[in-house]
Write a protein that binds this ligand. Sequence first.
Ligand SMILES: C[S@@+](CC[C@H](N)C(=O)[O-])C[C@H]1O[C@@H](n2cnc3c(N)ncnc32)[C@H](O)[C@@H]1O
Length: 499
Amino acid sequence: MWHQAVIDTEYTHAFYPEMAPAHMAFALLARGHASPFVAGDGFSYAELGCGQGLTSMVLAALHPQARFTAIDLLPRHIDGAKALAAAAGADNLDLRCESFADFARRQGGADLDAIVLHGVWTWVDAGVRATLQDIAARRLRPGGVLYVSYNCLPGWGPDMPVRALLMDAVENAQGTLSQRIDHALTRLRRLADQGGYFADNPSAAALVEALQAKSDGYIAHEYLNRAWTPFTSAQVARDMARAGLSFCASSTLLDHLDHWQVAPAHLPLPDGDETLRDVLTARRFRRDLFVKAPRRLGAGERRAGLEMLRFVLTVPVSDIPDTVTAPGGVQDFPRAIYRPLAEALAAGPCSLSDLPGDFETVVEAVLALVGLGLAAPSLEAGDSTRCARLNAAILAANRGAPAIRQLAAPEWGTAVVVDFLDRLFLAVEAAGAADVPMAVWTILSGRGKRLRRGGRWLEGQAENLAETRRLYDGFIVERRPGLVAAGAVQSRPITASPT
Ligand SMILES: C[S@@+](CC[C@H](N)C(=O)[O-])C[C@H]1O[C@@H](n2cnc3c(N)ncnc32)[C@H](O)[C@@H]1O
């Protein structure tokens, strides 16, 4: 039965920065709410529906003083996560193959500081959502935060027919799940090429195009789940209110910058009117932070909370753009404000009060930098030994089937994305290869792969090896130093690539 095949298909590995404690703390504090996370203190964190568990695994390596629980129904997800966690020596992470209902039945009072649900709410039925509400009501401590992401309206409105067509085509096709998905994608593309609804609704056409590049696992979990439902933010807020939780902030930090989101004529937007924000931005995905018994902070307390966080730049200063594209259109990213901030953040972890400029201007600018993925917040430096063990396990696992694109970055308090070839360079470095490019080319050729340059596939060992050497030299000069600064990679004497 195809539905069983969907259930048996694995989801992708990913680390989601918006679920990191420091990131959630920044979002809450910026909106004037107390955060349950304090630098140096322990906390308890549960990820429900963790998929491959990478987010909890990286966070557990970064925060040895905290306790993490990550559960998922799918044995293959938890088996893979357990193997990685064992190789990484993650003794503060409890990975369990269990349902939300099993988790709800296990004992435990109000003992959690954070519950995170990523890619779950839209994808489970009303009964399961009620179980999750019950867990939040019983297990979250007063002041504890619940992160919930979901597909939302009105953004998803025009694209819902694409999902319906995809679902029907997969259900009615023959063959393996992969063949059914292929068939459905071909049908969708043909329909989109014919215009009509797709010409009138460019976002639906763009979704059809985007789906063509997605893996079967992603499509199966994301779109072929019968329960799939996008919600309005007001519906989710009502459900959370039943669990005693109130909406406090978006963990998508760019959502905090109304002037980047909507036309000037709409400003100022009333505080807390999320429906209006969703409508004006045609928002399709939200990452919301709900808090049990939230506490509003006075100006002094809010500033002290924000000053507790440390921030670093995660890109070279030269990568800071002059303009950025936001839902409200192309926005200026004034050099006069962002250059001095970027230079200070590049020099090492800074508190917001170390940064040049008026405090509120700095807060807003750093919300933008973090929201754009150009900077990262942390509570404290991560545990470098644990992160090194996890990264070694990830690099070793990457030599097999799953693609794990992120490494823990303890100096930045987050994870860093590393490209496929760079991960292979690091993996063979870690394995002690004397000639790293030769070892990488041997792996690639063993998998029947070749390299491409200037739009041409390279022929034979000599061309491919020379290109691998050129790419490795580029990695060492351009990207490895950043990974060392992030703490993701050990610094060690690098022998120049033999020519
Ligand atoms: C779309 S995936 C998201 C996975 C992960 N949070 C991520 O974003 O990478 C949803 C996950 O929820 C899990 N799940 C769905 N219903 C569940 C239930 N009732 N109990 C436990 N896990 C469940 C699925 O097995 C799946 O791994």
